[in-house]
Design a protein around this ligand. Sequence first.
Ligand code: CA
Length: 493
Amino acid sequence: MNINISKVCKTLICITFFSLTSCKAQTNSPNILLVLCDDLGYADVGFNGSVDINTPELDKLATNGAKFTSAYVAHPFCGPSRAALLTGRYSQEIGAPFNLHSNSSQNDADNMGVPLKETFMSKALQDAGYYTSAIGKWHVGAAPKYHPNKRGFDNFYGFLGGGHNYFPEKYRKQYEAQKKAGVKEIRDYILPLEHNNKEVRETEYITDALSREAINDIKKAASKKAPFFMYLAYNAPHVPLEAKEEDLKLFSHIKDKDRRTYAAMVYAVDRGMGNIVKALKETNQYENTLIVFLSDNGGNTDKGANNFPLKGRKGDAWEGGYRSPMFFHWPNKIAKGITFNYPVSALDLYPTFVALANTQVPKGKKLSGKNILNHVVNNTEPYKDEMIYCLRYRHGFADVGARKGDWKITRMGNEPWRITNINKDIGEKKNLSGRYPEKLKEMVLETEKWTENFIYPLWFYSAKDEELWSDGRMPQFSETFVIDKLVQPASKK
Ligand code: CA
């Protein structure tokens, strides 16, 4: 029998090389726990100045790590912000600038989701050898081909739609009654939760259920040789405002009922984070886990949130729409007590995580952000002379916000463009367009150039949106960037 020695050697070399590279990823790379809240206000955690909501566990993590004062998400509401976070690209560049329909999981005609060619960060990390887990809200494609298990998550526990009611004993009754009555499209907020495509009979308050699942998975991950990546997407404190009695009692000093309930919902997240940290410590994973905490967009001030001192709210391009509380906590690498004031974007997390995993950005994948870890460690500016954008399509125009260094330009609706020194005027009170017309012009032009990368939306949230786009570009879109007619003369400022 002839043995092909050369072939055997090649195979052995390949096996050895594969083992070495796998080992490298496993021993050098940290675990990554990405915690996303939903509609959490800028001022609604203790570490960002909340005076009426206690978040002791989050505060401990923030003060023992790096706290970001100017962290921006890529869009001021849920779906597009998450699409951007997971793909590392602005949602307008990948055709996902609108929320998916609320019942897209049940309606074949709404078989929509974030394009598969946009590899999610989870897939890049899974390919690098990470054990990957998504827990909570999805909202980036509910049809089978867009399921978390198809997008790089080994494990998924949660719900596919844009939100969920919190008390199973209440919503299950509604769900079963509607199912019995043959309701065709049952609202996704009351659908049963699932675990890797299998319906589960959840019994706990949803925030507690998600914390429980995170803890179980952290314990499971400890027995694996590979590091873990967990995307823990709490739906709290997004509406409906529903809190546990035991948590509400802690906030009896808050008179406004919505605010009290909202506070108790945030506290439930904090309580969960305390238990998660405990599980990380018990399993000896605490020191080498990077915990990143942020919200998907600004607080909904009509529903209990507080974005002080920022102007605006969820959905708009004022700072309150898309500037989020955020921290990095990682004892092995990040020193305690850092306050990082330079602007950063949620889009930076994808390239940062890929670098931490000692792996490459998937071939052909474009990314809008950058690896910021060394900037955070060394306190250097990641976006020197570069801009961070936010744009929301309204009906027939766009709300736009763009930040460069100390400066922020904003256009809301059909109001004139504004420019603000955001470090001196965080509440965007003064419009300095009369005093700095050239700076305004430069930033507006740069923002307009950014929109050249946009593609036609793959879906629309409403029929009205779709009508407005029927000519291929939203009516009045280019007018969004006209400055001359809109800028108030200096004498009127
Ligand atoms: Ca949201």
